[in-house]
Design a binder for this molecule. Structure first.
Ligand code: FAD
Length: 473
């Protein structure tokens, strides 16, 4: 018996664990639903909903191959006990995933247990390199991984599971019970699943990429001009290599070549960032440059709550947060601005604000999220601190304030100038901080620590461990 264990690669094609694990007549395909994983800070129902969509479509696709997806209700420790009891001779097939501490710890004991018994086949995911990688040639190796031939869907099975194995649930039964017991949430979030991922990729390469490299900065234009593939990449409803291959097939003949080159760079960044968390899992809890952890101490809950609810008194910032709360996505620049405001203007420790923001993203990917949060908080030691001006972004991105008014209905009659300057006494929330003095103080604090004698020495070590060897254009 083969067992394929799925965590994030929720697709039928180019799925190494699924493809290799189905090389047998009898294969159990399992998704372990670990309730405590989904209750961790940073995770949310909007993300699980996307995951359910992906699992639904995978179930449909597996059915065509005479195969089933089962749910194991429990964590990886419980699953290994279950496997030992019920299938002690089985071979296990799994894709590697870089994730947060609880999953990683459990996965490591699961992995060691079955590796010791010579029963585990583990496949590297994305372009993340888990074994003794060389930072100097990481990028070269990433390209080699991306160029590898894609795997087809697994072969069709001639035998079906007539009886449901004890301790497992067919996916559709699990979904029905789960949805019955869960209240619905408000919002218009992206739907998951392999078909949706392919449609997005195709429309992006064919026409939506037109002007991508410029439009990506605007929260208004980015919604349709960015690829919107992020949650699909996170949950693996499409493989990064599939995206890379399609991109390379189209790039030379595309009228949007410059835009697509910019997109290609970002696919590379995806793995570059996740690699950092894979290499140094402690980054989940402490700053890349350890000296920066002394900068901000305790959390002011009243401030962080207003920040994450979009009630800071700064309309453009609040409009971005409101949009994000509603859609589960916003473009890179606005994510950076929201984070910069919390870390510099409000001077809150990133460890407290990071999970609050992550919960709002359908595409929450710990490796990217945590490293970006640290970059936008000035604690990596290897990136120059950048404090976004929310007033400047307001004027630049939405001069007429029409988009802001669309997000915050109570401002529909306010003058654009007052909105941009956040001068809205009695008709809007009070401002929770003074922008100028808070930014000045933040700059002084950050630069005073950066001038310290030991700072540069440690920053060099950080660079050697994590720094990109490519020049960013
Ligand atoms: C504070 C902060 C938190 C973030 N958290 C996440 C997160 O949890 N999950 C996530 O996928 N992205 C995160 N990003 C990066 C980026 O904002 C999103 O990847 C992007 O907005 C997703 O939209 P898209 O798929 O349309 O992107 P596109 O512009 O179409 O890019 C294609 C893909 O490239 C990758 N990518 C793009 N930009 C970056 C980047 N700067 N760093 C690393 N990879 C990138 C993503 O996989 C993305 O799907 C974060 C950025 C910031 C500033």
């Amino acid at each position: 018996m083969n067992i394929v264990l799925l965590h994030k690669n929720l697709r039928i094609s180019d799925n190494a664990a699924l493809y290799n694990g189905c090389n047998s007549e009898k294969t159990l395909i399992i998704y372990a639903y670990d309730k405590s994983y989904w209750l961790e800070s940073g995770r949310s129902y909007r993300q699980f909903k996307f995951c359910l969509d992906c699992l639904s479509q995978l179930t449909e696709n597996l059915k065509k191959l005479n195969r089933k997806l089962f749910i194991f209700n429990g964590n990886l420790n419980e699953l290994s006990v279950w496997i030992e009891k019920n299938y002690p001779q089985s071979k296990i097939f799994v894709n590697q995933s870089t994730d947060t501490k609880n999953y990683r710890d459990q996965f490591n004991s699961f992995k060691n247990f079955f590796l010791d018994r010579n029963r585990l086949n583990i496949f590297e995911d994305f372009g993340i390199q888990t074994q003794n990688f060389d930072r100097e040639k990481w990028s070269l190796d990433w390209h080699k991984i991306m160029k590898k031939e894609l795997l087809p869907a697994p072969n069709k099975s001639s035998t079906d599971f007539k009886k449901i194995p004890l301790g497992l649930l067919p996916f559709n039964n699990f979904k029905k019970t789960f949805l019955k017991n869960t209240s619905t949430i408000e919002g218009s979030f992206q739907p998951g699943g392999e078909d949706n991922a392919r449609k997005l990729l195709s429309s992006f390469l064919k026409n939506r990429a037109n002007g991508y490299s410029l439009k990506m900065s605007s929260p208004i234009e980015a919604e349709s001009s960015c690829s919107r593939l992020s949650p699909h990449i996170t949950f693996g409803s499409i493989s990064l290599r599939t995206i890379f291959h399609e991109l390379m097939e189209n790039i030379n003949s595309s009228p949007y070549q410059r835009d697509l080159l910019s997109f290609k760079k970002r696919l590379h960044w995806h793995c570059h960032f996740i690699q950092k968390l894979e290499t140094e899992p402690e980054l989940e809890f402490r700053s890349m440059h350890p000296m920066c952890d002394s900068l901000r101490d305790s959390e002011n809950k009243e401030l962080t709550e207003k920040w994450i609810l979009g009630e800071t008194g700064f309309p453009f910032l609040d409009a971005c947060t409101t949009f994000l709360r509603k859609k589960g996505w916003i473009n890179f620049r606005m994510r950076a601005m929201i984070m910069s405001f919390a870390s510099y203007n409000l001077w809150q420790p990133w460890q407290k604000t990071s999970p609050l923001l992550a919960e709002l993203f359908v595409d929450y990917e710990p490796g990217i999220h945590i490293c970006q949060v640290q970059m936008q908080s000035g604690v990596t030691g290897i990136n120059l601190p950048r404090i976004y001006s929310v007033l400047k972004q307001s004027k630049d991105q939405d001069p007429s304030a029409t988009w802001i008014k669309g997000q915050i209905k109570s401002l529909k009659d306010a003058a654009p100038k007052n909105i941009h300057d956040a001068e809205l006494i009695e008709i809007y929330h009070d401002k929770i901080v003074d922008l100028k003095s808070s930014a000045r103080k933040a700059r002084e604090e950050v630069w005073s620590i950066r001038k310290g004698s030991n700072f540069k020495k440690i920053a060099k070590e950080v660079y050697l461990k994590h720094g990109s060897r490519l020049k960013r254009a």
